[in-house]
Structure formats: structure tokens, C-alpha cells
Design a protein around this ligand. Sequence first.
Ligand code: F6P
Length: 362
Amino acid sequence: MLHNIAILTGGGDAPGLNAVIRAAVKTAKIQYGAHMLGIPDGYDGLVQHAEPWPLDVSEVAGLLYRGGTILGTSNRGDPFSYPVEKDGKIVKEDKSDDLIECLKELRIDALIVIGGDGSLAIANALFQKGINVVGVPKTIDNDLKATEVTFGFDTAITTATEALDKLHTTAESHHRAMVMEVMGRDAGWIALECGIAGGADVILIPEIPFSWDSIMKKIENRSKRGSKFSIIVVAEGAVPEGGEQVIQASADETHGLVRFGGIGHLVGEQIAKNLKMETRVTVLGHIQRGGKPSTFDRLLSTRFGVEAVHMVVRGEFGQMVALRGGKIIGVPLEEAVGQQKLVDPEGQMIKTAEAIGICVGR
Ligand code: F6P
């Protein structure tokens, strides 16, 4: 009999996190009479023994359509390599036993972790140390192999597609090249799908190192045919052939993640220089991560939240929920983490783009 289930959100946020929390709290209470405790700020909340938040059905009212996460999140606090200050320096220490101690003090029977690759890898390591963990995958990048889709992705591409619609009208009026940089460090799903849906002329993704020549030719040909504007979508991790990814900030001691950004401006500069065309660059940034989840994401989040609690009650620990063939199933965290789902350069989605004349940089 489970009495106390804790839930936390880790890593970068994604629209739909609150909808998962809502569904999990409701299922725990209504179906099983279990108590749900919200852990603030991801794993940090457990390592630092932060006051948990008892979540009852009334607490989650109105959460379905709210972006972000009411629990807060952090992408810095890996408990197995936790940044602490010692003699004025940041050093990494294994704080996983502190976290386990906190779970014991709170009398937690099981922990639901909603997170991306990093947070789920930590969840798996905690499971190996004996903690009853169930994972829920999230990322706007949609780059986890174990699930067909992650929630947050649909909202992100909807936002990006709407932005492209807006750029289209102004690009056409001013006869400009409009470059839009979107998120996607290693996987180009956001760029590819919003680019196709938003009628882009060029789509550049990390999986296909691009040739400057092919971009210039595409834009030039459009001009020759009378289309005096062009729309170029660039994933932040896109890279020119023989070149390197453009980084805004290198990994710092506490964060540990390189911050991408700048490739959009580089592409814009090259188009302006080579084609003598007026060019403007828009970096969509965190707008892609914010706001209300789409209908699709609300549904997927709700289904994930419900099933995660069922899995906890059935004792299916060390697993995460996943969408496969339209059904929500459990897959071992072990298999699920560390496997990225990248765009196949010869796959159907790329072929679809190329069939309608979109240049993918080759
Ligand atoms: O993993 C999701 C993601 O949106 C990446 O595409 C992006 O590079 C990163 O998060 C940005 O993270 P931060 O919020 O730390 O800037």
C-alpha cells in the first residue's frame, strides 16, 4: 500500500509539465487515496532538504493550461555530481546519499521524475541505489528515442510556425531574407517540422552539415523566378560543412551545459554579404518553451501523468512512460536514457521537405 508519492520536475521546462502534475495528483488521490508531495526545484529540492509541497486535488485546479512548472525546476543539480563551494572554488561532490536521506525523512514510498535525458539518467541511477522511481519524459526537442513524441514539442512547433507566418508577411513586403533561429542542440526536429509547416525555403539542422553554396543558390533561384524574399529556419546546433557549432557561452562550472546561439546571425551575415540582400535575423529562444500547452500536449501530458501513477501502484519501478503506437506503455529507464532520436538525413521527413523544393543545406 503506497501512502506517499513525491513528484519533481527536472531540466529545462516544457509546456505540459503542469498538466502531468495535475493528472498524477488527481489519479493518486481519486483512484488510490494516496498523498502526493511536490518537490521544489528538481533534485535540488531533495539534496537541500527543501520544504515539500503537499499537493491535493484543489492545489492542481487550473493547471491544465498553465505553462512552466509550479514546482520549479533546475538543470544544474545532478546529485551525483553536485556543485558545492569549497575554499572559494566550485567542486563537484556526490550528494545522492543526502537525497536518499531526505526521501526517507519524508517517508516517500515512490518518486515520479518528469524530465529529459539528464534527469531520467539520474532517476535511473537512483533506482540502481534502491529508490522506487518512475520517469515521465519531457523535452521540447523531441529527441528521446524511447518515446514517439514528448510533450512540449507540439506547442514549440506551433509557436515557431506562427512566428514564421508573421515573418513571411513582413519578408514579402520588404523583399528581405528572414532568418529564424530555433532551439535544437543536436536534433533538428523543431526546425524541420516548423519549417515545413511554415513554408520555409531553407531549413538547416544539426544532422546535415550545410553548404553555403546550396543556400545561396536556392535564394538566388527564388529571386530569379520573381520571389524577392526568402525564409530560412536554422536550428541553434546547425553547422556549416567543415565548420563548427556556434556557441554563445561555454559550459560553466555549475551549469555544465554549453549555450548555443549565434548561427542564425552568421547565416544572416553571409546571405547579406554574398547576395547583397537585405537580411534580418530573429532568434526565437525561450518563447518556444513558454506558454499554454497545445491540445495535443495537454492530452499527452495527462495520459503520461495518469499512467505514471498506475505504474507506481503496480510497482513497475525503474521504468518510464512512453508513447508507442498510440498507446502509453512502460519502458525500462536503462534502455530509454542516453539514446537520442535524431533526424535521419535520408528519412521521410527530409525527403518530404526536399520534394517540395525546400533546401536542407545540401
Ligand atoms: O533541451 C531543451 C532546450 O530547449 C535546448 O534546445 C536548448 O539548447 C536548451 O534547452 C536551452 O536551455 P537553457 O534554458 O538552459 O538556456
